[in-house]
Design a protein around this ligand. Structure first.
Ligand SMILES: NC(=O)c1ccc[n+]([C@@H]2O[C@H](COP(=O)([O-])OP(=O)(O)OC[C@H]3O[C@@H](n4cnc5c(N)ncnc54)[C@H](O)[C@@H]3O)[C@@H](O)[C@H]2O)c1
Length: 368
């Protein structure tokens, strides 16, 4: 019988049409030992063994915790080779390792123009992750190599953490833990998230998922995102506002989900913080550049706003000295994407797209 948490459609990447902004696939990792894709796809094995294509896997965490993506590759009869160095490969190492490979599941290796010029069988670079700064996309295109990435793999995990930070700051979770562990028994009064107004800056993959989550808390959700229209916002039960100022002044919780860009650089600063409610809580799981951190620290100390939860920082690791005595403040080490599920999704998304290209189908997350 199929494990309900690992049906073949999930394992093979059936589209989930109902997910926010979804051209996205989501998977649920199977319980350990409960599901093997190989058993469902054994028939393919024989079809492909004659023309065994070689696949290089350079990411060191791929298939470590959960074998399903690896089994999926094996079920296709591909011959798999690994990066055994434990770190990203240099251009020259890649050239050697890629000899005879038709596909690569790529970590943070250096796919320079030289690499693409020197490989002949390669058809696809399936990035296990989002960033493409180490892949020369023009050179890939010139050589006819398709490049894919996994942009939605960690969106749910980051959205979970954003809500976690809202609750942690609003309910003094870290302070309560610390004082109780030290033998104290403090009365720490916080504010509730239930039925509050949550302002989202950016309604992309993560912002939309945060909207979905806080609507479970019966929150009203406002959105400031110059690139989406009111109709799109309404599809996610969000109300679009035209200015950041409107969003900040109306929201009890403000969560940042826009990219770092000249337009968003330090959008949260002394002046914009002064527009927020004195009880408001600010959460940043996006990028540190969005906030003037010195201004935020002052605003927290002077009770201009009620609290903050930060996962992304201008410098990483961040300087925390100034925040030491700040109340209602929670800080985490850019760990939004660090979940079993996100790792699994990255492996499945990259594997599915690699297979799609090699089988002549259009990959879901094609970049070049
Ligand atoms: N904490 C983590 O571990 C972690 C993990 C993944 C992504 N991130 C960050 O989270 C953020 C959101 O990621 P995503 O995948 O949802 O991105 P996305 O591209 O899907 O969405 C970004 C949204 O921001 C909007 N936007 C662009 N400029 C804006 C502006 N000036 N003001 C308001 N909105 C603007 C866009 O229209 C888009 O809807 C990014 O900054 C990303 O780097 C953090």
């Amino acid at each position: 019988m199929l494990n309900p948490f690992c049906d073949i459609y999930k394992a093979l990447g059936k589209k989930n049409e109902s997910a926010p902004f979804s051209n996205t696939i989501r998977y649920i990792p199977p319980e350990e030992g409960k599901c093997s894709v190989t058993s469902f796809t054994a028939a393919h094995h024989h079809q492909h063994t004659k023309t065994a294509m070689k696949i290089l896997i350079t990411s060191t965490s791929y298939g470590q915790k959960d074998k399903t993506p690896l089994e999926l590759l094996q079920s296709k009869g591909y011959e798999i080779t690994w990066n055994e160095t434990g770190k990203p490969l240099s251009a020259s190492d890649l050239i050697g390792k890629l000899n005879g490979c038709t596909g690569v599941v790529a970590g943070l290796d250096h796919f320079t123009a030289e690499v693409f010029e020197n490989v002949n069988d390669l058809k696809v670079v399936a990035r296990y992750g989002v960033g493409l700064d180490r892949v020369d996309l023009d050179a890939a295109k010139k050589k006819g190599v398709i490049v894919t990435n996994t942009p939605t793999a960690n969106s749910d995990s980051v959205a979970d953490l954003a809500v976690g930070l809202m609750l942690a700051a609003a309910r003094h979770l870290v302070e309560g833990h610390r004082q109780t562990m030290e033998g104290g028994w403090p009365k720490l009064f916080g504010v509730s998230l239930f039925r509050k107004t949550v302002g989202l800056v950016g309604l992309g993959r993560i912002g939309a998922r945060v909207a979905q989550r806080v609507q479970g808390f019966e929150c009203r959700t406002l959105v400031y995102d110059p690139y989406i229209d009111g109709e799109t916002a309404a599809r996610y039960n969000c109300q679009k506002v035209d200015t950041l100022e409107m969003l900040l002044s109306e929201s009890d919780f403000v969560s940042l989900h826009s990219p770092a860009s000249p337009a968003t650089n330090q959008m949260i600063n002394r002046q914009t913080l002064s527009l927020m409610k004195p009880t408001a809580i600010l959460v940043n799981t996006a990028r540190g550049e969005l906030i003037n951190e010195a201004d935020l620290c002052d605003a927290l100390k002077n009770k201009i706003i009620g609290g903050a939860g930060l996962d992304a920082h201008a410098a990483e690791p961040p300087q925390t000295e100034d925040y030491r005595d700040v109340p209602n403040f929670v800080i985490t080490p850019h760990m939004g994407a660090y979940t079993t599920e996100a790792l699994y999704n990255m492996a499945m998304d990259s594997t599915n797209d690699l297979i799609a290209v090699l089988e002549g189908r259009e990959p879901l997350y094609r970049i070049a």
